[in-house]
Design a protein around this ligand. Sequence first.
Ligand code: GLA
Length: 690
Amino acid sequence: MRHLSTRSTRRRVVGAVATAVLCSTGLAVPAAAGESAGPARDSTPAARAAAPEAVTAGPKTDDGLALTPPMGFNNWNSTHCRAEFNEAMVKGIADLFIEKGLKASGYQYVNLDDCWALQERDANGKLVPDPERFPNGIKAVADYVHAKGLKLGIYTSAGTKTCNSAGFPGALGHEYSDAQQFADWGVDYLKYDNCNNQGVDAKQRYNTMRDALRATGRSIVYSICEWGENKPWEWAGDMGHLWRTTGDISDNWGSMLSILKQNLPLAPHAGPGRWNDPDMLEVGNGGMTDTEYRTHFSMWSIMAAPLLIGSDLRKVPESTFDILDNREVIAVDQDPLGKQGTVLTSENGRWVVVKEMRDGSRAIALFNETNTAQRISTTATAAGLPGASAYTLRDLWKHRSYNTAGAISATVPAHGTVLLRVTADRKWSAYPPAVELRADGGTLVEAGKRTVLTSKVTDLGRTPAQQVSVRLTGPAGWKVQATSRTTAPSLPTGKSLTTSWAITAPAGTPTGDHEFTLTTTYHSPRGDRAESVVPLASRVVVRPPAGTSQLSDLPWLSAVNGYGPVERDTSNGEDQAGDGNPITIGGQVFAKGIGAHAPSDIEYYTAGACDSVTAQVGVDDEKGDNGTVVFEIWADGKKVASTGTLTNAMPAQPISADVTGAQVVHLIVTDAGDGVSYDHADWADAKLTC
Ligand code: GLA
């Protein structure tokens, strides 16, 4: 959701979420279910006792592999274990790598994930490719991709079985034989997972496979996949070329965001031949918007993450290729200096992340985590560039260059990222000045009521912006009127054109987001015309009724949930809509309320007309003895009530908050700092009085 205002966001930055979330049965569930990185792990006391001493990694020979983050494809995110994962798919992807120019853009590895083998080894202890999926074996597939100048990757687990519940053979105790078999097939990349590891020390398990791969004499990129459980960034640099830092990604905003936040702080550990791996891309799988997928791709690139396409390219829309094949963004990821970008600032969901590039320039991501458009700013020198009178600023999604006197600032749509590359060079004078275009107000609109919005065009360039004009267009039928000037003959560095607008939605306009476009056009001193456009959204809202209402009967403005959707009058249930149970806390059943899952943020419009929110809160009984959460109520960006940590063992607790005068109220659930596993959180009997 995007809104016209840059001021209205109260969404707090939800803290990093634990890496692995297990379902209550303790069984492995597919990662796509969202609540799982959840392969079965053997951590019984017996297994732990049997664990040998940790082995420290020997030095990785300078094998020259993965000097930039690996790029390619892996089937898991799109197929999991389904039958469509087969030879035809793998070949089809290899074909598209060539046809669509992805190979030319750097995509190289075509990787098979779990489920390629049969459950039983053969009489000689060799792995057997599933004849249904791979009737011609793996070598035939390797030959096919090699003939196209591509490389083949494969998967197994550093355990007795792989992660899929069908239980395919793992390599623990078979490392040398399996590695040799992979090498004989012509495999170029191994993803080595962590399931069913029998409690054997991770370093030892991953070290043995490193040695086994090396013993084959074949160059094989080694991808360590123990989900960050043993902090591989501290020990795997000399062992593998990349290591997963988190649990499994799934194709939704919350999952991607949580992984991003876990991976960002690990920047110091990355470098050529040793990469943090925040898991494979979801771009194209359909669970996020293109804006969110551009953020995913931008942030993975600025983090120098492996870029492994996780969608079935035979089925994706053209817009997926526009994202995955943006060579200017790929160049950020693949920069040979090999630095992972670091967080320069992060405040209320507005992030500035900076990556030093080999040519001395800086890639800069202005990333908006929040649900409303946000102004995000920094400067060239803050980003590490030397002082200069002007810089070249390149927008890597718009593919346009500008000059800036040093200020870097943009209105970034909700969940969006503006990705820039800023260079201290002399070329800046060839480009028009960068302008910043922003809007304040107009976020929440009641139909039939006039609302004021203020736009501001500011020249960030060293050169003046000339013949400046601004226009705001809204949906058909809306009244949009400028009530002050919309043009300026010339704006020198740092000066602005401010315009007031009156907007009115026709009576009866349906609730929800309605799109606006704010556009400025201007000319450089050389006469070149430039344009800057900011998409905005105004949300039509309805005042809550006077008196006391159940919040589960009122529409919310937005609802973010850690797992599955927020439910009305039932618990969270599992990941599907409508799969909740009667709300039950400590045995007490409630007819009304809201079923959430940490981290959660539900936003209501209160129109400055309400007084209080009350509820009975607690962890739902549906997950047994598990789950710890904190409930909070926020009114216009201020925390007005909080429970402290609640566990599943506790009965429902009352919470109440004074929300007098607030325009917007948020119901927030955090994971209480211990990860989100089992955090099924109920707002029972949640009432709003206006
Ligand atoms: C684990 C890994 C995933 C995937 C599956 C396959 O969950 O983390 O990336 O390989 O196993 O079963």
